[in-house]
Design a binder for this molecule. Structure first.
Ligand code: NAD
Length: 302
């Protein structure tokens, strides 16, 4: 058996088209567009490339986008004041502070300063709490877990009553996706097990999974014999395992591998996400979705 590939690159395009159509309709009826500010502190090359991609996607959808670059020397007080100004700005519906921040700035303090109603990353404790309650309380599901759930739903994978095993318990992937999959409702209503570094027998749990979501950051951690035949495997891991020269640009690029042994796993699974091209493209897509949702809340549309 060869698994069906769940391509984030293709699903992203479908969602972006849906969002663009909604943005156009809202602009026509209400005369407003979603506004997103991305605050970049310093010049970390990885952060610059993430922010550039976010800005490009926002422009493509017709959002108002402000890229606010600040020197690495900005004080915590000034950064908090800057966030305070965007909190008050009615044309801004989403505020994103690109992490990591320089060491002299307390990341927690900064993230907690964002108005929860503009926290499109979904990291503010208020939004983490709303996610835990579930249902109509949820405002901004964090972007990577939201992308994982979209992939599962759009691939037509049955979640109702399914055994879901999540490998990893981080605050940005493992814990929120586990919480989302156990809620009542579409694309969820599953029986969820979370495994981590203290789990005694990883293989035992993984083998039971109808849906296996792996977010450990350990290349090839999940062995093919741990996969239940026909299971849906979502590989969140992005691990740089070397470098190669790109045929397209002639530049050196990283070789990326997931947490699952993809070539062997795809002979056993029913469906599987590749790395790259699976979960990765979904994160920014869901950031755009959350920013539009923020505007829709303001307009009383949701
Ligand atoms: P993290 O390091 O914060 O958490 C990893 C989790 O995996 C931990 O909870 C740990 O307990 C668990 N873990 C690690 N090694 C393990 C092992 N040997 N056995 C069992 N559990 C183990 O990482 P994270 O931020 O959750 O990210 C996980 C992976 O997902 C990374 O490769 C990261 O690059 C990737 N990621 C991708 C996206 C995306 O594609 N958009 C977004 C976020 C993270």
């Amino acid at each position: 058996m060869t698994a069906k590939l769940i391509m984030g690159t293709e699903i992203r395009e479908t969602i972006l088209e849906e969002l663009a159509a909604e943005v156009k309709a809202i602009k026509q009826t209400h005369g407003v567009v979603p506004g997103l500010v991305t605050i970049l502190v310093g010049a970390n090359p990885a952060s610059i490339s993430y922010v550039t991609l976010k800005v490009k996607t926002a422009h493509r959808l017709g959002y108002k986008e402000i890229q606010d670059n600040q020197a690495a020397t900005i004080s915590e007080k000034d950064l908090l004041a800057l966030i305070g100004r965007y909190n008050q700005d009615d044309s801004i519906h989403g505020i994103l502070v690109q992490l990591p921040l320089p060491k002299h700035i307390d990341e927690k303090k900064v993230l907690n300063a964002i108005d929860p109603d503009k926290d499109v990353d979904g990291f503010h404790p208020v939004n983490v709490g709303r996610l835990m309650i579930g249902g109509s309380e949820v405002r901004f599901p964090p972007c990577t877990p939201a992308g994982i759930q979209e992939l599962i739903v759009r691939a037509g994978v049955k979640t109702d009553g399914a055994e879901v095993v999540v490998v990893g318990r981080s605050n940005i992937v493992g814990k929120p996706i586990a919480n989302m999959m156990l809620q009542k409702g579409k694309g969820a209503n599953a029986t969820v097990t979370v495994v981590h570094t203290a789990t005694r027998d990883l293989a035992f749990h993984c083998k039971r999974a109808d849906i296996l979501i792996v977010a450990a950051g350990v290349p090839g951690l999940v062995k093919p014999e741990w996969i239940k035949p026909g299971a849906c495997v979502i590989d969140v891991g992005v691990n740089r395992v070397g470098e190669k020269v790109s045929e397209k640009t002639g530049q050196k690029v990283a070789i990326l591998k997931g947490d699952v042994d993809f070539d062997a796993a795809k002979q056993i699974a029913g469906s599987i996400t590749p790395v790259p091209g699976g979960v990765g493209p979904m994160t920014i897509t869901m950031l755009m979705k959350n920013t539009l949702k923020s505007l829709k809340f303001k307009l009383g549309m949701v």
